[in-house]
Design a protein around this ligand. Structure first.
Ligand SMILES: *[C@@H]1O[C@H](CO)[C@@H](O)[C@H](O)[C@H]1NC(C)=O
Ligand SMILES: *[C@@H]1O[C@H](CO)[C@@H](O)[C@H](O)[C@H]1NC(C)=O
Ligand SMILES: *[C@@H]1O[C@H](CO)[C@@H](O)[C@H](O)[C@H]1NC(C)=O
Ligand SMILES: *[C@@H]1O[C@H](CO)[C@@H](O)[C@H](O)[C@H]1NC(C)=O
Ligand SMILES: *[C@@H]1O[C@H](CO)[C@@H](O)[C@H](O)[C@H]1NC(C)=O
Length: 360
């Protein structure tokens, strides 16, 4: 079973498993990710009332009404940049290695200053855009200060200082954690504690300056998964084993509680642990999600968002686990990030595109 998750990371263009839950045993898992700022508020408003959504659009002063070619923010040639802009719906990308093209785009993250960081996996770089989809810059995902070796970036999250944390795979197939400044300067590389450990999902607790990963330890036939909480310098604050079957995605709320989705959803979708790792409760039986592929929590609005790997939809709960509603963005995605203002950044690794939606 350990192999399945590792393979999913190695093969980001893997197919989604068949709808039947019996397909679990021999299917490569989809690599879906959700990243979100800890205190996003806009999404809650957007979801609560249509009026709030309209207000959010007005605030952004976006006036685009037709397809245009975005101005380049660098001198680099971008003749193939295709940005289709409407007020609420921006899509860009396509397969390739030039800027604004992607190869196996895995995930995105949006900074507090609304810059969209995209993990351009097989081009081994991060590309940065603004919320209108205009290209700003790129940097290679180097694994050290020297900067000659790079890695395939998969999952990422942004910390309280606006720095980027990236899980990536090196040439020696090690999954490591690297912290960069927003312009791509390498700060630190954190290796897993042993050869048998992989980092599978990352979240950042910007209020406590913690990096949280799900670490999978596979030695022989014995596989265990635990939550590891690290300081920004890599020091382990704590780690704890979860009581659920197969934890796959994690997020942390304002109170320091960890919310962890479960692949098999034997009983519930989301398990909640205290800051010290004590199991508190689980929820999510009412949701229609069959495969959780990511989770976000909106502390201020007390809402939890879980993405569905089958139906490309999102399910919304209160933080006490009551089901609120289902959100269907209308765009296929394999990864999703939420902007501080509530816009959704949807990543599609099959078509190598990124869509930014502010109304959904
Ligand atoms: C979110 O947090 C950032 C820094 O952590 C802060 O600058 C910002 O004002 C906060 N936003 C809201 C809506 O609380
Ligand atoms: C929300 O919008 C509807 C029209 O779409 C309007 O009738 C209603 O008064 C608005 N509500 C608020 C609180 O602005
Ligand atoms: C851009 O988007 C608009 C609205 O969704 C659509 O009508 C138009 O065909 C798109 N243009 C291109 C070039 O894809
Ligand atoms: C990491 O930071 C903590 C707190 O500042 C400190 O106690 C610890 O020694 C540091 N560890 C390393 C390896 O620098
Ligand atoms: C966004 O635009 C694309 C291309 O025009 C279209 O196919 C899609 O339905 C739109 N999505 C939403 C949610 O408006």
């Amino acid at each position: 079973m350990a192999l399945v998750v590792s393979l999913a990371l190695l093969l980001p263009t893997s197919v989604k498993p068949a709808k039947e839950s019996t397909a679990h045993t021999n299917t490569v898992w989809p690599t879906g990710y959700v990243t979100c700022p800890q205190n996003a508020t806009g999404l809650i408003m957007a979801m609560m009332t249509q009026n709030a959504t309209v207000q959010a659009d007005t605030d952004r002063h976006v006036e685009y009404t037709s397809s245009t070619h975005a101005p380049a923010a660098s001198t680099e040639e971008i003749e193939i940049q295709e940005v289709n802009r409407t007020i609420t719906n921006v899509t860009f990308g396509g397969h390739g290695s030039k800027v604004v093209r992607f190869s196996g785009v895995s995930n995105a993250a949006v900074s507090p200053s609304n810059e969209v960081f995209v993990a351009d996996t097989f081009n081994r770089r991060v590309q940065v855009f603004n919320m209108e989809g205009v290209y700003l810059r790129k940097f290679p995902t180097v694994v050290s200060v020297e900067g000659s070796e790079t890695m395939n970036p998969y999952d990422m999250s942004i910390d309280g200082k606006g720095h980027l944390w990236v899980i990536g795979e090196t040439d020696s197939l090690e999954l490591i954690l690297v912290r960069y400044t927003k312009t791509g300067r390498h700060i630190i590389t954190i290796h897993p504690p042993s050869l048998f450990t992989t980092f599978n999902d990352i979240a950042v607790d910007t209020l406590r300056n913690h990096v949280i990963v799900i670490a999978e330890n596979a030695q022989g036939a014995r596989v265990s998964r635990e939550v590891m909480v690290l300081l920004y310098n890599g020091t382990v604050v704590r780690k704890f084993e979860t009581r659920q079957g197969w934890p796959n995605f994690i997020t942390v709320d304002r109170n320091g509680r960890y919310l962890v989705t479960d692949v098999y959803k034997t009983r519930d979708l989301v398990y909640v642990y205290s800051e010290t790792g004590q199991y508190q409760f689980s929820f999510g039986s009412e949701g229609r999600i069959s495969t959780p592929m990511g989770i976000c929590v909106y502390s201020s609005g007390k809402f939890v968002l879980v993405a569905d790997g089958y139906d490309v939809s999102l399910e919304m709960f209160t933080d006490s686990g009551e089901h609120v509603r289902r959100v269907v963005p209308g765009v296929m995605f394999t990864g999703i990030a939420v902007a501080p203002g509530g816009q959704l950044v949807l990543v599609n690794e099959i078509h190598d595109t990124v869509t930014i939606l502010s109304r959904y």
